[in-house]
Write a protein that binds this ligand. Structure first.
Ligand code: SF4
Length: 344
């Protein structure tokens, strides 16, 4: 892309950039947390979560010192809990190996748990203003249209072409005197606000004169994507055992226990067989909810139940009051079921 492309893009960004909480003080820690949250979650959903998370863990050291359980609990509602585990593990490593300071070299960042080329590029360019590329879904879409990339963008040829364009963009822009943080964020913002997946607003696009797909009237044909994997259905039946005080029994599966597709390590309702083995007899109406994870559609059902006798607590099986359940680390699927059952 020519220098005029970058000038026009940056002028547009200076006028139209949204005010987002993590943009006001782009420290490496804030950039990292926000980018990890944004990987699979919409900006609007992240806003509130980000503010609460930063309030609870205001620094990298605070995050590293926290128990994993507290981090998972603060992550509740964002989904994809692996991200929270990695965040926590990486914070501990930065404290142990780098004295609590974010490395400024790409290779050192890439050695940290959960930090891939995308997060490394975000930290280096946005927090440290280094000319390092970022490719997220927005950048991928924008470049695939600007250059009318005929390859499937998830194929190695497609990825390579897009990373190459992203690298050229930030390196040339930096050499021309522009800030890498603005160069990268402007591209992401264009994808989020103008070059939208289903309906790109080309008439309002500041770089339309540079766009090959637009010139050919084919902007909706890009990006070229792989055929979608078909959705599989899984069914799970849960039991909400309630004791006389109205507390609900929740269990926590160990990592590696794949008896359900809900994230392990979080609190959930026991599945029917396990609950019946404990002597919980189901009663009451059946509630059902559906939930999507990756390419699975989960059909979840649950009933209230009364325990016959005493169910002992263990480290992975506890009675929760409504208040405790509200604060427990659990997936949004479990939360939906508990709400439908009237527990929350
Ligand atoms: S002209 Fe249209 S397709 Fe091309 S970058 Fe702009 S919004 Fe996207």
């Amino acid at each position: 892309m020519r220098p005029a492309f970058r000038r026009q893009l940056l002028q547009w960004y200076a006028r139209h950039a949204r005010e987002l909480p993590w943009r006001s003080r782009p420290t490496p820690y804030r950039v990292w947390v926000s980018e990890v949250m944004l990987q699979q979650t919409r900006v609007e959903a992240v806003r509130g979560h980000f503010a609460r998370f930063i309030k609870r863990f205001p620094s990298l050291r605070a995050l590293a010192a926290a128990e994993l359980e507290a981090v998972l609990q603060a992550w509740s509602g964002l989904g994809y809990y692996r991200r929270a585990r990695m965040l926590h593990a990486a914070a501990r490593q930065i404290v142990q190996r780098h004295n609590g300071r974010f490395p400024r070299e790409r290779h050192a960042l890439l050695e940290l748990p959960g930090i891939g080329p995308y997060s490394a590029g975000a930290i280096l360019s946005i927090a440290f203003d280094q000319p390092e590329p970022i490719v997220d879904g927005n950048v991928e879409r924008v470049f695939s249209r600007l250059a009318a990339i005929a390859h499937d963008v998830k194929s190695s040829a497609g990825r390579e072409a897009i990373w190459q364009l992203a690298r050229e963009h930030v390196e040339k822009g930096h050499a021309e005197g522009h800030r890498p943080s603005a160069l990268n964020q402007a591209l992401m913002e264009l994808g989020a606000m103008v070059c939208l997946p289903a309906a790109p607003d080309c008439a309002a696009c500041p770089v339309r004169d540079h766009c090959a797909a637009r010139k050919a009237g084919r902007e909706r044909e890009f990006p070229v994507l792989p055929a979608r994997a078909s959705t599989k259905t899984r069914r799970y039946r849960f039991i909400a055992a309630r004791d006389e005080a109205g507390r609900v029994l929740l269990v926590r599966r160990q990592e590696g226990d794949s008896s359900s597709l809900l994230p392990a390590g979080l609190w959930e309702l026991p599945q029917q067989e396990a609950a019946e083995a404990l002597g919980a007899v189901s009663r009451g109406r059946l509630v059902t909810r559906t939930h999507s994870i990756m390419n699975y559609r989960l059909q979840l059902s649950a009933r209230n139940a009364t325990p016959q006798g005493n169910i002992e607590e263990t480290t992975s099986r506890k009675w929760h009051t409504a208040q405790q359940a509200k604060q427990a680390a659990m997936s949004s699927a479990t939360r939906k079921l508990l709400q439908a059952l009237g527990v929350l």
